[in-house]
Design a protein. Sequence first.
Length: 171
Amino acid sequence: MARNVKFGTEQTRFEQTFSKINISQKSVARPEVPLPEPPPEKNPVADLLQEAQKAFNSGDMAKAEAAFLRVLSDFDRDNGAAEYGLGLIASKKGDSDQAKQYFDRVVRNDSVERGMKTWSYIYRGRIADLECERELAVENYQQAIKVGDDSQNAQAAAREGLQKAYGDACK
């Protein structure tokens, strides 16, 4: 069979056939570069709350109060976290009337975190105890237990408030 193959004829046929074959242009392979993640959206409320919390924790009550008030005035007049923070600041300042107002707003706020609500009841109970209003204090401690959150041992603090009055001003 190999004797019947004519090299010249086959070479010509190969060249004719080869020239008719379309050679597709090979695209240059580019490495895939992942797109960078879009930057997180700015959340001015969260940023202000974080700034206020840092100021509070470092003892800068004026800066913390200004940031909490700005959240309420500029972004969300019912922000439970800001009201809770302002209640704590008022308590530290010894302004029990102001503290009660803020803690009252927190316990009525349905969107506030359960831990803040629980501690607001406890603080309301403690203020009532300091003002010699034991029945009101007990109601608040019971509400704290009913909310059920145990952030920072809240349930133990509420049970302790039920057992004995906070402070000794009313003996």
